[in-house]
Design a protein around this ligand. Structure first.
Ligand code: NAI
Length: 302
């Protein structure tokens, strides 16, 4: 296969001052993209953020390798910040084709001890941040009749994780948002997909042993991201688990289920049919909410 290139494409990567975002930005720039490297240089819990050095360093790396990039220091967690990030792409490079929503923070704490601020801040950066940047970018992508958006979820969102009520809620919210944007973007050739990565970064340094982390370079995740934001990618509304050489589609599956005549619907009937209700043989991943509702309606209309 010929090399996937991004010449004449303009990309925004949020949270690109370190970790996964930096790797995504470096790879796209190496393959010809003009990149807005966004990062407010924050602490991992989002408690501070005024540093321009994180984004500047990545811009310098890109330029040193012969690529094109500009830095943006605005937070994704406000509508004003998101508009400035997108304006930067337009000012510097005249258009926008690719958005990688990657910025994130962690405030891990057990549910009982979680404060309102822990909840609000994490939802604000991950979920609202992804929405704000996507909403600011949307008119430009529609104008192009081309857009590739990759958003970042987590296994914690897909499956739940102890101490991450705020983070897992935000991360699954990103999946719902992405799927709806994929449907709305379809007629404008805007594809929206989601990654659930696993990689070495400051977020994982304290929870995984060094010998495991060594095998989880962020670059292995960026390869999938680059494919998803390329013009070769025709898929949309999908979620992919990725890391350390592993690549796999993740789907919400609905079992075939059972249909009871409505006059027989009762708690006891549910109890009697429990095994069949839970049987995932022949389960399906529906393409949209209407298709899924159709499966339920099929029984109601019988
Ligand atoms: P990281 O902490 O190295 O990178 C996150 C970056 O986002 C930081 O550079 C930070 O300054 C920036 N940031 C934070 N708040 C921001 C804001 N309001 N506006 C702009 N930038 C902001 O962590 P990592 O691991 O690279 O995480 C990247 C994304 O991947 C996050 O969304 C994270 O939740 C997700 N993720 C990472 C996993 C991993 O194994 N590393 C696992 C699952 C998800």
């Amino acid at each position: 296969m010929s090399e996937l290139r991004f010449d004449n494409r303009v990309a925004i990567v949020t949270g690109a001052g370190g970790g996964l975002g930096r790797a995504h930005a470096l790879l796209l720039a190496k393959r010809g993209a003009k990149v807005v490297v966004n990062d407010l240089g924050g602490a991992m819990d989002g408690s501070s953020g005024s540093g321009s050095s994180a984004a500047d360093k990545v811009v310098d790396e890109i330029k040193a390798a012969g690529g094109q990039a500009v830095a943006s220091y605005d937070g994704v967690d406000t509508w004003e910040g998101a508009q400035k990030i997108v304006a930067k792409a337009k000012e510097a490079f005249g258009k926008l084709d690719i958005v990688i929503n990657n910025a994130g923070i962690l405030r891990d704490v057990s549910f009982l001890k979680m404060t309102d601020e822990d909840w609000d801040k994490v939802l604000r950066v991950h979920l609202s941040g992804t929405m704000f940047v996507s909403r600011a970018a949307w008119p430009l992508l529609r104008e192009n009749n081309y857009g590739r958006v990759v958003n970042t979820t987590s296994a914690a969102g897909l499956y739940g994780n102890f101490g991450q009520a705020n983070y897992s809620s935000a991360k699954l919210g990103i999946v719902g948002l992405s799927k709806t944007l994929a449907h709305e973007g379809a007629k404008y050739n805007i594809k929206v997909n989601v990654i659930a990565p696993i990689a070495k970064s400051r977020m994982t340094e304290t929870v995984m042993p060094p010998n495991v982390l060594e095998k989880l370079a962020p670059e292995y995740v960026s390869a999938l991201v680059a494919y998803l934001v390329s013009d070769k990618c025709e898929d949309s509304a999908q979620v992919y688990a990725v890391g350390g050489g592993y690549f796999s589609r993740v789907a919400v599956m609905e079992a075939e289920g059972i249909g009871l005549p409505v006059e027989k619907v009762s708690p006891e009937a549910v109890a009697e049919q429990w095994a069949k209700i839970n049987d995932m043989t022949g389960a399906k991943a529906y393409g949209n909410a209407m298709e899924a509702a159709g499966a339920a309606m099929k029984f109601a209309m019988m």
